[in-house]
Every structure is written in C-alpha cells, then in structure tokens.
Design a protein around this ligand. Structure first.
Ligand code: NAP
Length: 361
C-alpha cells in the first residue's frame, strides 16, 4: 500500500527533475501529476509487453500513479500492472495503484460469444442477477463489486490504494437515480469495510459522463449526493469517517466541461465538478487527458500558445494538469518513448490559476 513516508522518499529522489507542483498531495503522501493509464490496446501478449516496459520506465522516471480496471484488455492490464510492480526496483509503497470494478470483465481474451460468456460465468454462476445487469455488461451491486475486488487483488498481487466504482451512470440507462444512489451507498458500505480490513486504502467513483454533464442530462449524477452517500456508508460500516477520497473524469483541451459546466450544488450555489471536488478535499484524476491520442497531433493554436512544453502532447498534458483540483492527469502510454515524452511534460510548470482561467475568456 502507498504510504506517506515511501511516497515522500520517491518525491525526494525525483523532484529536482520536475517543475513546480509536479508532485501533489494525496492524503499524507505525494503522487506525480502525470499518471499512467492502461485502457487502450488489444488483449494480446505483444501489448502486455509494451505496457510492462512502459510501467517499468514510468516508475523509474518519476511517475508513481498507475491506473487500471479489471475489464481493461480482458484483465490483462491489471495482471501486467501486478507483474511490473513485482519486477520494478521501485518500492511498492511509493506507488499509488488504482483500479475499478463495474463492467463485467472477460478473461484473457474476448470470447466468441460475449453474451454467452456473461450468462455462464456470471449470471448462471450466481454472481450477477439479471435484474442488476445493465446493458448486458454492467453491475454495481455490493456482492458483485466485492467479488470483482477480490479478483482485482488476485490479478494485481498487492493491495489496492484506490478502488473506483466504474461508470455508475451506466445504470441510469435502465434505473432511476434514487436506485443508483441507493446501490452506490450499499456498495460504498462494503468498500468502507474493505478499507477497514486493509484490502484497499480508499475508494471513489470513476465516470465518463456523470459529473461533467448538466444536471438535466440523463447520465447526470450529483457529486454532493455521492459524497453524502459515502458519509452515510461510513456511518453504516462504523468506520469513523469516510474512505471516499477521489473521482476520475475525462478532462482535456477539447473536453473541458468538468471545469465549465456548473452542475453541482456547493456552499455558494452550483459549481463545476472540479471546483466542487477541490472544495470537498477530494483528489481528482483526469482520464483521456490527451483525448485518446488526438491531442498528440494538434492543439487549438490559441491554447497551445499559452502552454509550456517541447511538443504538442506535452502542452496538452500540461493543460489537463493545470486545472483546479486536479491531482494527476492520466495518460494511456505504451513503450519507452511515449512514457519518456509524457513524463518530461512535468519538467515544465503548469499554468497558474489566472492563466488557466484566461484560456476560457
Ligand atoms: N471512465 C473511465 O473510468 C475511463 C475512461 C477512459 C480512460 N480512463 C483511464 O484514463 C487513462 C487515460 O485515458 P485514455 O488512455 O483513454 O486516453 P489518453 O490518455 O487521452 O490517450 C491515450 C492514447 O494516446 C497515445 N499516446 C500517449 N502518449 C503519446 C505520445 N507521447 N505521442 C503520441 N501518442 C501518444 C497512446 O498511444 P500508446 O498506447 O501507443 O502509447 C494512446 O493511444 C486510461 O488509460 C484509463 O486508465 C478511464
């Protein structure tokens, strides 16, 4: 598990290579504001090898945030994160390992008949009820999420610092908001218990649409309500304070709505997901920080001119990690060259608050 002292030692070994605020607070520890994601790529041995090289390079280079999910690349991404952590000379306790559960995962490869696989392995096996399964692939019921958490612990071979409930807004395709919040609270209660037992450090919610869309959008979830449900879960589990610590959402130059859409009721009225999270003391991890590769090619000129970096991708990453409240911007990266270029974005200073606001004027 990541610890304060080990992450501070990691920072001490690397911080001179980086600009201002490259390492940021995460509880009593510090994490890099550029993190490695493992979503994209085919479920093959060749891609596993590319990720393994990328993770080892990242850990050596000053990136101590690894993000995965049980369903990524048919569980291969979690397994490769586990192997790389085992192989790396970097102290496991210096690394924030995050994963997610919610989407029913395949195992090693895509089955010929995915529907049949889900039915046999999950529904018939009693792990998912037909009622809780949405879109044939998504479930956030407490028993199911706990079973997924156990599988992730096995895949990773280590405790999980941050466990996200993955894209809970998927449930809104078939169920009303109240049911989704109730199920989140029930699942959070289990995650509180698992945190108390030491299997996970903290938990959170990873979303694609929920927190960045307007309040009247069908995929909207209220961040204040989710936080309230986590507090209730902590009371139910008797953990003496919630272990809900983080959210993940997409944020980049062309998807900036987590900053621009004021959809969450804060103390002074409606505010954006990023500002609400910052005020609530939550850690924010941005996904798709370079728009799934598109921003490696081209950035809007007016924005690029304000950002520091030697390359387009570095400027794009420096935009994402300049936003208020962002702890770390995740970027999917394979192989040594992409990691070296992306982590080197951290040698430049991010935009200050005023300069960041000015981009939107
Ligand atoms: N809802 C959710 O919870 C959610 C959704 C999406 C993503 N995520 C998380 O966020 C992470 C980041 O998002 P993402 O991977 O979807 O998108 P991304 O980080 O915006 O983009 C990744 C893509 O950019 C390419 N790339 C990386 N560095 C590059 C460079 N220096 N030059 C050129 N191309 C480069 C990668 O290629 P290579 O792979 O070849 O390096 C990959 O195709 C994910 O990996 C995942 O961990 C979470």
């Amino acid at each position: 598990m990541a610890t304060g002292p080990a992450t501070w030692d990691y920072r001490d070994a690397h911080h001179e290579e980086f600009g201002n605020t490259y390492f940021r607070r995460y509880g009593d520890g510090l994490v890099s504001s550029i993190g490695l994601g493992t979503y994209l790529g085919e479920p093959t041995d060749a891609v596993d090898e590319e990720y393994e090289e990328a993770i080892l390079t990242a850990l050596e280079s000053g990136c101590n945030v690894l993000d995965t999910a049980i369903n990524y690349r048919c569980q291969r991404s979690e397994r490769v994160v586990g192997r790389a952590l085992e192989e790396s000379d970097v102290d496991r306790d210096a690394v924030l390992v995050a994963t997610k559960g919610g989407f029913v995962p395949f195992d090693g490869e895509r089955p010929d008949n995915p529907g049949e696989f889900v039915k046999e392995e999950y529904v018939d096996a009693g792990l998912v009820s037909r009622e809780d399964l949405v879109a044939g692939s998504h479930c956030i019921a407490p028993d199911y999420v706990e079973d997924q958490l156990d599988r992730s612990l096995e895949n990773l071979g280590t405790e999980i610092d941050l466990y996200y409930v993955h894209n809970p807004e998927t449930q809104l395709r078939e169920y009303p908001h109240e049911r989704v919040y109730d199920q989140l609270e029930a699942t959070f209660t289990r995650l509180e218990e698992r945190a108390a037992a030491g299997d996970i450090g903290h938990y959170g919610v990873a979303t694609w649409e929920a927190f960045r869309v307007p309040a009247d959008h069908p995929s909207y979830l209220s961040l204040p309500e989710v936080v309230e449900r986590a507090r209730a879960a902590s009371r139910e589990a008797g953990t003496g304070g919630t272990h809900f610590r983080a959210i993940q959402l997409p944020f980049n130059v062309v998807m900036a709505d987590a900053f621009t859409v004021a959809a969450h009721e804060g103390a002074d009225g409606a505010t954006s997901a990023l500002w609400f999270a910052a005020d609530a003391g939550l850690n924010v991890f941005t996904s798709a920080s370079i728009a799934q590769g598109d921003l490696a090619e081209e950035l809007p000129e007016a924005v690029a001119a304000r950002l520091e970096g030697d390359s387009t991708v570095q400027r794009a990453l420096n935009f994402a990690r300049s936003a208020p409240g962002v702890t770390s911007s995740l970027v999917g990266m394979r192989g040594r060259a992409h990691v070296e270029e992306n982590v080197a974005a951290g040698r430049f200073d991010p935009l200050g608050a005023q300069a960041f606001d000015a981009v939107f004027e």
